[in-house]
Design a protein around this ligand. Structure first.
Ligand SMILES: NC(=O)c1ccc[n+]([C@@H]2O[C@H](COP(=O)([O-])OP(=O)(O)OC[C@H]3O[C@@H](n4cnc5c(N)ncnc54)[C@H](O)[C@@H]3O)[C@@H](O)[C@H]2O)c1
Length: 419
């Protein structure tokens, strides 16, 4: 189905939970976009979709009925992670453009087939990591390119939370039953097991469906990092952590630290990455950001701001002579001062250090911006801002942190080959 710049784009939502519904609401703010159909395996979410978006919606439990419809140009996939790759491939094969929520895949091995499916289809595939479109990360990228912090050597990125909902303890509707839930369809390729609503409504807590902290949150941090640095990914990945607070039956950690080695590229020198998620962080409800450290300054980013703090490198190295005999101290100090004569302290010595702040315009929403980019790609036949290759280069190392954590090992990754 071809679309031109002024065409209406008819979309369907597959997976109408928290994120899917939010994505659909955002999509409807974009001129020319209409929601025509919704698929979800829980009837309550289909009812809610009609309440929110209108009775005209076609609704079904089976996403394949959506893909068979001629009036659907594009789909938003907001299912749990274990369905992302399969539905994306089916949708592309059916000729639909796809906006698939992050992480692109549940398992790294699924990645290449998603990329191939997109290439074979000629349709737009955009992964839903909104920081990729965010003005904050574009600004940080531009500052980095101009050498604002000198030579990058380390990045710290974190996303800490301190609430039950932040730790994925979502509400479970009391009517949940096999009468209104297609349990087998929820399970999909995951191991078969009897109906247990907590595993559906809090699927992030179980590795069979979710990807833990790694695919939920590290992937956002890696996407932002790759935009700012232009990097393709790390070579080595190590993670540790534990289940420290939310002992609610989950089989994934709630505290996780990862370190990664990023090799030198044409875009940046070699640097080290430290990632952190803590769901019992003891402080603010949510704390998210990056700290890019370079030889001449530090750049910090948050949801809507970039701060640049620059401190020029010292103009003389200093000395540590205190423990030497007096005569030796004098000799060394005389030589030192001959090499580095004292400079008078002036007002300029203070003015050389500085901080700059950048904030996004009032009302700016990276989620909207990211979806605008998706519909722009469809209408104007532009490349996706976050295609399958970018998606796998973020998801791959993120998911490797799980392997490192569970297997207690250091993992290798080839960022070019994505394997
Ligand atoms: N980009 C972001 O900032 C962001 C934020 C939140 C969630 N997400 C991503 O969005 C996805 C959904 O997360 P959520 O928080 O909305 O979860 P959720 O549980 O609220 O929603 C998932 C929905 O998918 C439905 N579902 C399950 N299996 C299905 C199937 N086979 N076919 C159709 N529907 C099915 C569930 O019934 C549920 O309504 C996840 O992959 C998550 O990582 C992204």
């Amino acid at each position: 189905m071809q679309t031109s710049a002024n065409d209406k784009i008819q979309i369907a939502l597959i997976g109408a939970g928290g994120r899917g519904m939010a994505d659909a609401k955002i999509a409807l703010r974009i001129p020319g976009v209409a929601l025509v159909a919704v698929a979800d395996i829980y009837d309550g979410h289909l009812t809610r979709a009609k309440e929110l978006f209108g009775d005209h919606l076609f609704t079904t439990r089976d996403h394949r009925e959506i893909l068979a419809r001629k009036d659907v140009d594009a789909v938003i996939i907001g299912t749990p992670d274990h369905w992302h790759a399969q539905i994306t491939k089916e949708a592309l094969a059916a000729g639909k453009h796809v906006y698939c929520e992050k992480p692109m895949v549940h398992d790294i091995a699924e990645g290449k087939s998603v990329i191939e499916a997109q290439q074979a289809s000629g349709r737009v595939l955009q992964i839903g990591s909104q920081y990729v479109s965010s003005l904050v990360y574009q600004k940080a990228r531009d500052l980095m390119k101009t050498g604002a912090i000198g030579e990058l050597n380390m990045v710290e990125a974190y996303l800490d939370r301190n609430t039950a909902i932040g730790a994925w303890q979502y509400s479970i509707p009391p009517d949940a039953s096999t009468g209104n839930i297609d349990w087998d369809r929820f399970l999909g390729n995951a191991p078969k097991r009897p109906f247990e609503p907590i595993r559906l409504f809090r699927w992030r807590n179980y590795r069979d469906y979710g990807t833990g902290v790694a695919g939920d949150l590290f992937v956002h941090l890696l996407s932002g990092l790759h935009v700012v640095t232009g990097s393709l990914g790390p070579r080595r990945v190590f993670a540790t952590g534990g289940l420290r607070f939310w002992n609610d039956g989950r089989d994934v950690p709630d505290v996780m630290l990862a370190t990664m080695d990023y090799p030198k590229t044409a875009q940046h020198p070699e640097f080290t990455l430290a990632l952190r998620v803590n769901f019992a962080s003891g402080v603010a409800q949510e704390n998210f950001g990056f700290r890019f450290v370079g030889s001449e300054g530090v750049m910090t980013t948050g949801y809507s701001s970039v701060k640049l703090a620059k401190e020029p490198r010292e103009s003389e190295p200093g000395f540590t002579t205190e423990t030497f005999p007096k005569a030796m101290q004098k000799k060394m100090l005389d030589e030192y001062r001959a090499k580095y004569p004292r400079k008078p302290l002036t007002a300029e010595s203070i003015a050389m250090q500085g901080e700059s702040h950048y904030t996004t315009p009032a009302g700016y929403d990276a989620n909207l911006h990211h979806q605008q980019n998706f519909y722009d790609s469809i209408r104007n036949h532009k490349p996706s801002v976050e295609d399958g290759v970018f998606g796998l280069r973020a998801a791959g190392p993120a998911l490797l942190t799980n392997k490192s954590y569970f297997d207690r090992t250091v993992c290798s990754w080839d960022p070019r080959q994505m394997a």
